[in-house]
Design a protein around this ligand. Structure first.
Ligand code: HEM
Length: 168
């Protein structure tokens, strides 16, 4: 669990970033064929992204189950936003865009949905990125639980003694 959690998290971050960057570059530098290719490929990529994200959330909540540390609380709070944004916005957008790209309908509706997808994608990249960064911090803090620095976990010096990492 401890080994697979960061691997799945890195995979989710890399896939989301790849979708976002390939969309932007096909729009900026490619023609209709490149856009069509990217829009048809993304739903296949979801077969990797959705399980990776689900496993990251599941393993994260197992690992962080009884931690009361504010960094873990922040990670826990971000996860439902990531999941809902993914399932309710990004996945439907990917299928609508695929459909429109297949029929060559790259008009106003396509670009409106595309703009929504890019905004929702940017939000998920930021939140998954923050969870990744906080995960690396937790690893470091976990190793040195008794020497927490205030900047590392967002606590002030006088809060440190009462908010030490509490592992199960
Ligand atoms: C997209 C979401 C997430 C990403 C990308 C992510 C990423 C990471 C990474 C890279 C690590 C470092 C592990 C290592 O190198 O040893 C980590 C550790 C950790 N994560 Fe996550 N994580 C995510 C979600 C969550 C959630 C929802 C929780 C639950 C609250 C969580 C709890 C933890 C805990 C407790 C650790 C420390 C494990 C330990 O060292 O014992 N993570 N995470």
């Amino acid at each position: 669990m401890k080994t697979l959690h960061p691997v799945a998290g890195a995979l989710a971050l890399a896939t989301t970033l790849l979708f976002w960057l390939s969309t932007v570059s096909s729009e900026l530098f490619g023609g209709p064929e490149a856009i069509r290719f990217v829009k048809l490929a993304i739903p296949w990529g979801l077969l990797l992204l959705v399980p990776a994200l689900a496993f990251t959330g599941f393993s994260g909540s197992r690992l962080g189950g009884r931690w009361k540390h504010p960094v873990v609380t922040a990670k826990r709070r971000r996860m439902p936003v990531i999941a809902l944004n993914g399932l309710l916005v990004l996945v439907p957008c990917a299928f609508v865009l695929r459909h429109l790209a297949i029929y060559g309908a790259l008009g106003t509706t396509f670009y409106a949905v595309q703009a929504l997808e890019l905004c929702a994608g940017a939000l998920n990249i930021s939140l998954i990125g923050l969870n990744f960064r906080d995960g690396l911090r937790l690893r470091r803090k976990g190793r040195a639980a008794e020497t927490l620095t205030p900047e590392g976990c967002g606590l002030h010096r006088d809060q440190r003694s009462s908010q030490r990492l509490r592992r199960p």
